[in-house]
Design a protein around this ligand. Structure first.
Ligand code: ADP
Length: 481
């Protein structure tokens, strides 16, 4: 196509301008060669309208001008020698009509050019944009939609979105449409099927365009492909589920280890006392009194192990823990009696500093005894390397918490090597141990027991030497039953 012609014609393949030219030629022939008393030239309007869609504004102006010129040529050819008023009027009417239609076509051409420009802008975005009418028929389909779904605009327009894309709605199509009718907008995640049959998840935003009477005219749908993000999210959820499973297994392992730890302590004491009892009996003159004291300690430790197992069984049955009023001073004395042998083994010298007017606490005797045993044995072990006397103080005091509520405070004070500053934050964590045979579970078990009793446990380095472990439990306010 020559450059001149290109300035007049819009790109496209339609033959409308050729037909318009033929029509104009026919009208010219009839107008010039016949003597009909009608305004044939008005029909040029049809030729201008026929060609307008394919012409540039310049082309439209030229077409209008040619039609007017042909009208004038025909008029001059037929009526050039005598001026018939009616013929003049017909020529004027035809010229005005052609002029008006040319101007209207120009306006239409400009606005459609603008719309095309805007539509071309929509092609620049990577989002898939489609416009559908109130009956869900696709009116517009941008390049992003072509790329995302695989159908060219020519194939997609005229079809229903839900059928073409086999839309799967988050709740239901009705629910989404109901919201669109109510708010003129909707957004959510949709699953669409592409031309090749694969699925795509899109974040979809709908905006409804309404006429001045409020009737829905069209809906613009902007769809963003979020398939990759969705798949990553699913993988993350799966990984989290796997992690939760591993954590459960680890917790189970931890529980098994803590059972072993709690049962092992009294069992070790049974063995130590059994060996001591045997030694008393195997003497040349058996010391029956000492031997029976050993056997009594064996029995007490055996019972302790039995109690721990019974508690665990209750826990596994999810029974309520037995929370009863407990007097802590007698419990401290009883505990020290049970572990007397171990304390002797570590050469620790227990000193009791118990308040006479100690309120009761509500709790589980066996569990509270486990806390005391752990703290006292830790204190004794901490003083293993200490030369000279190894005092181990167990203190009880009534007190008040920050809210002024009555509490009972138990402290276990040793003069051992203490805890290194960097180890302090991990002291109560499971499996933290500095001992070759240690499991590092004692303090973590103590903390969970104290916390189930609504209390707290803390470790404080002493000013001079060693550590103080403090357990603070809420005091029982009701009168003792
Ligand atoms: P384990 O006794 O099996 O090591 P614990 O949880 O009872 O487990 O104690 C963890 C660690 O805390 C011990 O290994 C020790 O390093 C430290 N610890 C506990 N009590 C004391 C104490 N009274 N003095 C110094 N260090 C202590």
């Amino acid at each position: 196509m020559s450059a001149r012609l290109a300035a007049l014609l819009r790109p496209g393949g339609s033959l409308a301008p050729v037909f318009a030219a033929l029509l104009a030629a026919a009208i010219f022939a009839v107008d010039t060669l016949t003597q009909l008393d009608i305004a044939i030239a008005v029909l040029y309007v049809a030729a201008v309208m026929l060609a307008a869609d394919r012409l540039t504004p310049r082309g439209i102006l030229l077409a209008g001008a040619i039609c007017i010129a042909l009208t004038a040529v025909s008029f001059l050819a037929v009526h050039g020698d005598r001026y018939d008023l009616q013929a003049v009027m017909r020529a004027v009417v035809a010229t005005v009509a052609i002029g008006i239609v040319t101007l209207l076509s120009l306006r239409h051409s400009r606005s459609s050019e603008m719309m095309h420009g805007q539509a071309a802008l929509l092609d620049l975005t990577h989002d898939a944009i489609l416009v559908r009418d109130a009956a869900d028929t696709i009116l517009y389909w941008n390049r992003g939609a072509e790329e995302l779904y695989g159908w060219p605009a020519g194939e997609a327009t005229g079809r229903k979105t839900t059928e073409l894309l086999r839309t799967v709605f988050p709740v239901s199509r009705e629910a989404s449409n109901a919201q669109l009718q109510r708010d003129a907008r909707w957004e959510g995640e949709l699953r669409h099927t592409r031309r090749d049959g694969t699925h795509v998840v899109v974040a979809s935003r709908w905006s409804q365009h309404r006429d001045p009477q409020g009737r829905p005219v069209a809906t613009m749908e902007t769809n963003n492909d979020i398939t990759a993000g969705k798949q990553a999210e699913e993988r993350l959820l799966k990984a989290q589920a796997e992690l939760a499973q591993v954590t459960r297994m680890a917790t189970l392992g931890q529980l098994m280890a803590s059972i072993a730890h709690e049962v092992n302590q009294p069992l070790a004491a049974v063995v130590t006392n059994g060996e001591a009892g045997l030694r008393w009996l195997r003497r040349p003159v058996p010391d029956v009194a000492e031997a029976s004291a050993s056997v009594e300690r064996m029995i007490a430790n055996g019972r302790r192990a039995g109690d721990v197992v019974a508690r665990l069984r209750a826990l596994s049955r999810r029974d309520e823990l037995r929370h009863e009023p407990v007097a802590l001073n007698p419990l401290i004395e009883e505990t020290l009696a049970i572990i007397e042998r171990e304390l002797q083994h570590h050469r620790a010298r227990p000193q009791l500093d118990l308040a006479a007017d100690l309120p009761l606490v509500r709790g589980d005797r066996v569990q509270l005894q486990q806390v005391l045993t752990n703290l006292v044995i830790n204190a004794a072990q901490a003083m293993d390397g200490l030369a000279g006397s190894r005092p181990l103080v167990v203190r009880s005091r009534p007190g008040r918490d920050e809210a002024g509520e009555p509490v009972v405070e138990i402290a276990v004070v040793d003069r051992g090597a203490g805890v290194a500053a960097e180890a302090m934050p991990r002291l109560f964590e499971p499996f933290h141990s500095t001992k070759s045979q240690g499991m590092g579970l004692g303090l973590s078990i103590c903390r969970s027991i104290v916390e189930t009793h609504m209390g707290r446990i803390e470790a404080l380095p002493n000013a001079d030497r060693g550590m103080t472990f403090r357990v603070i439990l809420p005091a029982l306010k009701e009168p003792t039953p």
